[in-house]
Design a protein around this ligand. Structure first.
Ligand SMILES: *Cc1c(COP(=O)(O)O)cnc(C)c1O
Length: 366
């Protein structure tokens, strides 16, 4: 039994005919950039999320950067986000010359703490960027209250949470803008890079589309300084096939998440359950004070696991210029020592989950 963190090969074997067909159709048509599949995917995803506009782009990082550009974020501005995330979230603000201001997370959800967001807001705050980490929606109601009362837009980083729901509504439909990534290992993954930006705002949608295309709405006329960020037709065609299976795959992740929790609670801290949210388990992440030893123990048994993320962003070398120090974000710092993500994908087998959980129980002598 060869267990993988994410098993893209098993998925391809299941979808092979559909996927190969869709790729060949693009090859026969010969429109490789922004062809009909890209337009169709945008329509399908806008309707899936329940928003008016979906704009495809090159990857999830670009989706975030283009969103901040469309909101006019630049030098002297501040963007509030979590230090407990993949670096892309903070990177894009820094690249635009803005200051990345961190707010700590909530221990039970791993997501940004709205109370700390409120404390970090200044006159210069131009955007709030919550991340729905591991596939669990952030505390949107509290965040939206802050956003509305202060007039600061929210950009949702839903790179890990496409299909997740908060109070019955899909993520990416709450903020002024929502962003996803189609990196192959994400819940809706391409066979290369891809990203999408969502919004209900007509004017913002046109601006986002222009910025993604060299700031141009009409060819060779440039209204904004933009970037070159495109989704190619082959990736769009693959994503359209996979979209048909996404809900079923997310249900399977959730089933395996439930199995892990049932078998592991008591030995480790299992992910919190939130009745008002649909967690889509991009990652299944446990917490234990013996994280590093458990990692080694599992590795010896051939069980992969991973640490997302070992160093919170405020302690990364690249972000030292921001002036943060150890102790500034105690919850993020503590959890970065304790988290361990276990194999999670829709093609796990029950006996694999049993083997993994039994091994963890053995480690703890039970
Ligand atoms: C993957 C990821 C991104 C970036 O997506 P790419 O498509 O790899 O650029 C951004 N934010 C988070 C939280 C992610 O997990």
């Amino acid at each position: 039994m060869k267990i993988q963190m994410v098993d893209l090969l098993r998925q391809y074997q299941e979808l092979k005919n559909e996927i190969d067909d869709s790729i060949h159709k693009v090859l026969d048509l010969g429109q490789f950039i922004l062809g009909p599949d890209v337009k169709e995917l945008e329509k399908e995803l806008a309707s899936y999320v329940g928003v008016k506009h979906a704009i495809a782009c090159g990857n999830g990082t670009d989706a975030l950067q283009i969103s901040l550009m469309a909101l006019g974020v630049g030098p002297g501005d501040e963007v509030v986000t979590t230090p407990f995330t993949f670096v892309a979230t903070a990177e894009v603000a820094a690249l635009l010359g803005a200051k990345t201001v961190f707010a700590d997370i909530r221990e039970e959800s791993f997501n940004i703490d709205p109370k700390d967001v409120e404390r970090k807001i200044t006159k210069s705050t131009k955007a709030i960027v919550p991340v729905h980490l591991y596939g669990l929606p952030a505390d949107m109601e509290e965040l939206l209250k802050i956003s509305e009362s202060k007039g600061i837009p929210i950009v949702e980083d839903a790179a890990q949470a496409f299909g997740a729901e908060y109070r019955g509504r899909k993520v990416c439909s709450f903020g002024k803008i929502g962003c996803v990534s189609f990196f192959p290992s994400k819940n809706l993954g391409a066979y290369g890079d891809g990203g999408m930006v969502f919004t209900n705002d007509d004017a913002l949608a046109s601006k986002i589309r222009a910025i993604a295309s060299h700031g141009s709405e009409k060819k060779y006329y440039h209204d904004y300084i933009g970037v070159n960020s495109r989704l190619d037709s082959i990736q769009a065609a693959i994503l359209r096939v996979k979209l048909k299976h996404l809900d079923r795959y997310n249900e399977l992740r959730s089933k395996f998440g439930g199995m892990y929790t049932e078998r592991l609670c008591g030995d480790v801290i299992t992910p919190g359950t939130f009745p008002d949210r649909k967690h889509i388990f991009h990652q299944y992440t446990i917490r234990t004070g013996q994280r590093d030893k458990l990692f080694d123990y599992l590795k010896e048994l051939g069980i992969p696991s991973a640490i997302y993320y070992p160093v919170p962003l405020h302690l990364q070398k690249a972000y030292q210029y921001a002036g943060y120090k150890k102790g500034d974000f105690p919850v993020s710092e503590k959890l970065s020592q304790e988290v361990l993500s276990l194999p999670m994908h829709p093609h796990l087998k029950e006996e694999e989950v049993e083997f993994i959980t039994t091994s963890i129980k053995n480690y703890f002598g039970k």
